[in-house]
Design a protein. Structure first.
Length: 320
C-alpha cells in the first residue's frame, strides 16, 4: 500500500469511529463501495483546514461547511428516526451509550444547536485523530524498545486477541503514557488554549484587562520540567517510574485539549480512538518505518501532520 492510501486509511478509521459516537451507527467508510455522499464528506474534512489557513471566511469554506452540515443533518434525521422506531418497539435501551439520544432529550438545545455540535465534533475529531495516530505510530516505530514495552502491557492485559474494554483500559497506564508523551513531543495543535479574560489579572507585573484574548503557551520542552526533552520517554508520565522522581512534571505543563469546563468537547472520544487503534494494531503487528521516513519533519495547518506521507511497514509478530 502506498503512503497516500495508508494515510487515507487512518482517516477512514477516524471517520468511521467517530460516526459511531455522533450518529450511533456505522457509515461504511471501510466499505469498498462507499457511497458518493460519504466521499464528498471526507473531502471537505480533509481540505477545510488547508483553505482556512490561507484565507478569510470565503466561498471554499462555505462550500465545505454546507456539505458537512448537510451530511450531519441527514444522518441526524436517520438516527432520530431509528431512535423513534426502537422506542415504539420497546427496543431502545437508554442505558447504552447514545450521544444523539442524550442531545435530543436536552430541551435547551435546538435542532440547529444539535446539528452544529454533531457536525463540529465529527469534522474536527476525524482530522485531528487520524493525524495524531500517525504521529504516535511514528514515535513508536522510531523507539522499538518503547513499542515492545507497550506490546508487553497490551498482551498482559488483553492477550493476543482480546477486546479493549473500559476495565482493560483502566489497567493500561503505559499505553496512556505513550499517547501523552507523543502529544508532548509532537504537540497536536498549532497553539495552546486561548481564553478571553473575564477579570483584570496581573502577569509579571503587567496589568492585563478583562476582555483581552490570551494564549497559554505549552511548556513541553522546558528543561525545568523535563529531562531529555527531545526524547520519546513515556516513563516520565508514570508515577512509579524512576524518571518521574527526577522530573518536576505536572500534568498541566502540556494541555493540547485545554482544561476545565471549556476543554475540547471531543477529547475523550479522540483519546479512546487512539487507544483502540494502537492496542489492536500492536497486539499482532510490529510497526516500522522505511528509511526515507526516519527523519520526517512535521508541519502545522491547524493540526500537526507529516510534511510527506509516512512510509510505515507492518509485519506480523509471533504471539505464541
Amino acid at each position: 500500500m502506498n503512503p497516500e492510501d495508508l494515510a487515507e486509511l487512518f482517516f477512514r478509521f477516524a471517520a468511521e469511529s467517530i460516526a459511531l459516537v455522533t450518529f450511533n451507527r456505522r457509515l461504511g467508510f471501510f466499505s469498498p463501495d462507499i457511497d458518493e455522499e460519504s466521499k464528498q464528506f471526507l473531502r471537505p474534512v480533509e481540505t477545510l483546514w488547508f483553505v482556512f489557513a490561507f484565507s478569510m471566511y470565503n466561498k471554499s469554506i462555505i462550500k465545505c461547511d454546507c456539505i458537512s452540515s448537510r451530511f450531519a443533518w441527514k444522518h441526524l434525521g436517520i438516527a432520530r428516526e431509528e431512535n423513534r422506531k426502537k422506542e415504539n418497539e420497546g427496543t431502545l435501551y437508554t442505558e447504552e451509550p447514545n450521544l444523539l439520544l442524550l442531545l435530543t432529550k436536552e430541551n435547551s438545545l435546538s435542532d440547529d444547536d444539535i446539528s452544529n455540535i454533531v457536525s463540529s465534533l465529527y469534522s474536527a475529531a476525524t482530522d485531528s485523530t487520524a493525524k495524531n495516530l500517525q504521529v504516535l505510530f511514528y514515535n513508536l516505530a522510531k523507539n522499538p524498545d518503547k513499542q515492545e514495552a507497550l506490546r508487553k502491557e497490551i498482551h498482559s492485559v488483553l492477550g493476543a486477541s482480546g477486546p479493549l474494554t473500559a476495565a482493560a483500559l483502566s489497567q493500561m497506564s503505559y499505553l496512556k503514557a505513550c499517547v501523552k508523551e507523543s502529544f508532548r513531543l509532537n504537540y497536536p495543535v498549532v497553539s495552546g488554549p486561548m481564553r478571553i479574560l473575564s477579570t483584570d489579572i496581573i502577569l509579571s507585573n503587567y496589568t492585563v484587562p478583562a476582555g483581552t484574548t490570551i494564549m497559554m503557551a505549552n511548556s513541553r520542552a522546558v528543561k525545568t520540567h523535563f529531562e531529555e526533552t527531545d526524547q520519546f520517554m513515556p516513563e516520565r508520565w508514570l508515577r512509579t517510574s524512576e524518571s518521574r522522581k527526577h522530573d518536576v512534571t505536572s500534568h498541566f505543563v502540556a494541555l493540547p485539549f485545554g482544561h476545565g469546563p471549556r476543554n475540547c468537547i471531543g477529547r475523550r472520544f479522540a483519546e479512546q480512538e487512539i487507544y483502540l487503534a494502537a492496542s489492536k494494531v500492536l497486539q499482532s503487528l510490529k510497526i516500522e518505518l522505511d528509511k526515507e521516513s526516519w527523519d520526517t519533519s512535521f508541519i502545522y495547518k491547524l493540526f500537526i501532520e507529516p510534511e510527506k506521507p509516512l512510509r510505515f511497514r507492518f509485519t506480523e509478530i509471533n504471539s505464541s
